[in-house]
Design a binder for this molecule. Sequence first.
Ligand code: HAM
Length: 536
Amino acid sequence: MSEVPATDKSPSQPKPRKFQAIKGVRDLLPAETPLWNHVEHTAHDVFGTFGFAEIRVPIIEPTELFARSVGLETDIVSKEMYSFELQAFQEIRHFVGKIMSSQSDPLRFTGWLHGLVGALRSAWRSGRIEHSEVNRQTVKLLEEIYDWLYQKIADDKVLRTAIVNPEIQAHITDAVSIAMRLEISPDTAVLRPEATASVCRAYIEHNMQQLPQPVKLHYSGPMFRRERPQKGRYRQFYQIGAEVLGGKDAPGIDAEVIEMVMAFFDKLELRDVQLDINSIGCRECRPKYVELLRAALVKVKDQLGPDSQRRIETNPLRVLDSKVENEQAIIATLPRMAAHLCPACAEHFAEVKRQLELRGVIYKENWRLVRGLDYYMRTTFEITAKGLGSQNAVCGGGRYDGLVELLGGPPTKGIGFAIGEDRLILSLQESGKMLPPQGRDVYIAWMGEKAFATALRAARDLRAAGFGVELPPTEQKFGKALAQADKLGARYALILGEDEVTSGDWTLKTLADGSQTKYSESNLLDHLRKNITSSL
Ligand code: HAM
């Protein structure tokens, strides 16, 4: 019996697994990306008119950056960050594990010790292990033991007896206990959950305090939070944000930043947005208010759910955020920050509101708006939009004087916001805003070798003039080519056959009405320029 060759369809071959994007992340397809691009370009333009320049910060940052700024107790830091160990720490841990498990084999032990010493040296040089006295001593001792072992092991005679050589064994035991003294804190990085901390880090790292103040920066890009996915809430989502760093804490800056977001939404024709503002006080007045709030909450503790009960201890302000139905009536009776602001904060807040009014920005004061990140003080604001269900906050922001200092920089004022781009797009789409994907302006239908050479030239010239051109790579009958042009939504078909090439008169078919006109090569470009550009 002849052997049947295995084919792709052979039942013995398992079907390759089909992949899907992981939970909470998604593809943005060509039907959607024109609107995303439009939103991003508009942000660039509008923010530019307010004097903001673009900054691009990394997607990966040290874990500690967010632990210190956003706050250890926040949901974002305590449970939502995607973190991983950096290479240097992994490598050191790997080699320490290897020397521990090869203590009875001096030759292998020495090899792994060599690896460990090398990894430590490079981690030391790049500052990835702490430059402490203990670490300095440890690395030095391990190097010495390695050199000693290497000399001994290099001697063949000793190698044969190494296993039973008590002097070698003593050195191995020493090396292991010395390695255990290394002071290495896990060197971890995270996918950024937000970008304010990154922008502050960049401000410090690049000495931006030496630039004319304030420094006004805007950014956009993906952020990552391991939240429960739902409509408008993703694990990879996009933010468009802006930060003002340095200079004064003049209320006019707060008002201008808010005015800028509203101008941006206006330009995008995002309707029915609501701006809520609040002041959460400063280091002087907030702690006193928080204690007052805590005391009031303790009295009603039994009537609160488990989350709010826990927050009485960890962060009483967050209780004000609660959406739990039967807590609402109790929360309405709690003391309010506005009545407990210190004179400076009260004055600042009053001036922010006055300046918003001067700028014609409509706002609603919301005493329960506390925001879920620790770095805020004084002004906080949030903007909600229509058509988003429960995840309707499309922008959040506030003042964060002191954050730069907390991250090791000089005392610096700061305020900013971030817009959830996914939600912004959803809301625009819900209101019927769609932009067509970039279609082809011209489909070139060609037949014959000579026509192909002309088609190549026409495609090159049309593209250089900025038109979208589809040039089929293989010859097609005109009927089939025109049907394909129709399917692709092209506006024109340029028909190039023997006749056209010989006469120099090219046929241009308008696909919407089927009309055909002949043009010379140069007239064709003029005609397309006039017709396509004017209808954009
Ligand atoms: P945030 O309130 O955590 O603030 O986020 C800002 C916006 O990002 C939210 O209002 C929302 O539109 C969007 N957003 C947050 N999480 C998700 C998610 N899982 N899926 C979709 N969209 C989401 C900050 O991030 C601060 N850094 C804002 C800021 C800048 N404050 C001062 N400067």
